[in-house]
Design a protein around this ligand. Sequence first.
Ligand SMILES: Nc1ncnc2c1ncn2[C@@H]1O[C@H](COP(=O)(O)OP(=O)(O)OP(=O)(O)O)[C@@H](O)[C@H]1O
Length: 220
Amino acid sequence: MLHLQGETLGYGGHVVLPDVDFALHPGERVVLLGRSGSGKSTLLNAVHARLAAQGRRDLALVPQEHGLVPQLSVFHNVYMGRLDRHRAAYNLVNLVWPLAAERRQVEDALRAVGLAGMGRRPLGALSGGQKQRTALARAVHRGGAVLIGDEPVSAVDERHAAELVAMLGQRFRTMVLALHDVALARLIATRIVGIRKGRLVIDKPASRVGKDEIDALYRL
Ligand SMILES: Nc1ncnc2c1ncn2[C@@H]1O[C@H](COP(=O)(O)OP(=O)(O)OP(=O)(O)O)[C@@H](O)[C@H]1O
């Protein structure tokens, strides 16, 4: 589905990950691990950009900063997951007066993330965890084959994080997630990619990744 080969990833002249080899296959649940600043978001963004450039539209994204609009309601933020599926006039109608069918579909996504009945709330009135759930609901509402998520459950407690990631795994056949919770990574990943000092030092099936290898990723 995707193969980055010998690519240099970074920002302008600032190289973060030189000479990256990374392939993604349908059905994989890849978890990226590494210290803060190691380049997880950089790799995720490159994967998302490349899949989008291939013309894929069956792709949902949960960015690290959520990408929500604080001035709008929860409904509208979730509705935006499918903005590109409709004509501008239809979107405008729903912005002003949400249609019943759209309200129902958004409510389904909200229920999946534990925010049932909260569609009318202004986003600004939500807690950090609820905002993150709203970003997840937007991805669920969008749907598709592939989910790219940058710390998508960092703001919810451990037990709910595991439930939410399991729910995402049921809805998206292929996932690439950056996570800081190693136990959760082990629970969900079919493959673990570990980044350290600009290199992908681990890239193998999760069952074959040892504790020592993971500990070494986080050493100073
Ligand atoms: N927009 C940007 N412009 C320039 N440099 C950036 C930009 N975004 C990130 N960087 C730098 O690239 C490096 C990798 O950052 P990245 O966000 O990919 O790390 P990360 O592993 O996702 O970190 P975290 O776990 O803290 O989110 C860091 O040194 C960071 O300062």
